[in-house]
Design a binder for this molecule. Sequence first.
Ligand code: NAD
Ligand code: MG
Length: 360
Amino acid sequence: MKTLNVNLGDRSYPIFIGQDLLDDAQLFSQFATSSASFIVTNTTVEPLYADRLEASLKANGQQVIRIVLPDGESFKTWETLQTIFTGLLESNADRKATIFALGGGVIGDMAGFAAASYMRGIKFVQIPTTLLSQVDSSVGGKTGINHPLGKNMIGAFYQPIAVIIDLKTLLTLPKRELAAGLAEVVKHGAIADHLFLDWIESNAAALNNYDLSCLEHVVVKSCEIKSAVVAQDEKESGVRAHLNFGHTFGHAIETGMGYGEWLHGEAVGCGMAIAAELSVQLGYLSLEDKNRLIRIIQTLHLPTKAPQWDTSKYLSYMSHDKKAESGQIKYIVLEELGQAKVQKVDDDLVISTLKVAGAI
Ligand code: NAD
Ligand code: MG
C-alpha cells in the first residue's frame, strides 16, 4: 500500500492506494467512531463491493447502514440528496456519524455534499471505484449536485478525512469508463509533467488492458499532481484552473451533444486536442508536440474529432462554462508539454482554432 498526503493544514488527509484495501479491516480501524458508519453507494456498485466494505467496518465493531441510490448522472440531483438526508435522519445519525462514499464521481460528489451539510458537517471518507474518481474527483474537496439549469452548480468545498483507493475495483469497470478516466490522467501529464506523459505513451497498451501495476502508477502520479495543485490553491483562485485544460471545449461538446451521449472524459480528450491546437495558434506548442499529444489520446481509445457545429453554437456553449468570469473565458493552454498557463484569447483566434480542428 502507498500513502500520499494532501497538505491542507488542519484539513490535511491521507490517500491510501493499493490492492484489496476494501478487506483491510486494520486500515478501517482508524475511522471507528462511537456512532454509526453509513455506506452511500449505488445499485451498480453495491452488489460488487458493499459487502466487503461492510465486513471491514463491522470487524471494528461499527454499526453499518447502507444508503443505496439509483445509478447515473441524471440522479445527481436535489431529490437524491434528500434521500441521503432521509436515510441519515431515519437512522438517527448524529454528529459523530461517518459517511463512506463507495462509487464513482457521482456518488463521491453527492455523498460529500451530504456530509458537508448534514448537521453542518460530518466526516466522510472517499472510496472511489472508477478510474476517473480515483485520479480526479475524490481528491480536492469539490462536492455537489446538478441543477436543471447547470451541471455542478450547487455544492461546497468540503474535504474528506481520507481517500481509500482499492485498485482492484477497476477490474469490473467497462472499457469506455476506463478510457474516460485515462483522459484526466493524460491531462495531468500535459499540464504538469512531461516525463509522466512519456510514460503514459510507452505504457498505453498495458493501461488499455487493465494492467494493475500500470494503473497503480497513473493513480499515484495523478493523485500526487492533483493534490499538489489543490494544496497550493484549494478554492481555485489561481493554479487549480490548470486542471481545466481541455474542459472549456470539452464542456461545450458534452452539453451540445446532450448529457450522456459523450462521457465527460471522452469530451475532455477531444477538448484537449482542440486546446492543443489553440496552443499552437498562440505560438507556444510545436506542431509536432500537438500531434504527439493527439496520438496519445487516440491510443487510449478516446475521440479527438470534434462534432461539427456552427461557430455560434460552440461559442455559446463555451461561454456557459462555469469557469467563464463576466462573459470572458479564460483558456488553459500549453506553453509546452508538461507546462500549462491561463490565457485570455480573442474570439477570432478561437474561431480559427475551431476551423483548423475541424469543429466548424
Ligand atoms: P459515475 O460515478 O457515473 O460512474 C460511472 C459508471 O461506472 C456508473 O454507472 C457507476 O455505477 C459505474 N461504476 C462505478 N464503479 C464501478 C466499478 N468498480 N465497476 C463497475 N462499474 C462501476 O462517473 P465517474 O466518471 O466516476 O464520475 C463522474 C462524475 O464526477 C460527474 O458527476 C462529475 O461532475 C464528477 N466529477 C467531480 C470532480 C470533483 O472534483 N469533485 C472532478 C471530476 C468529475
Ligand atoms: Mg474533468
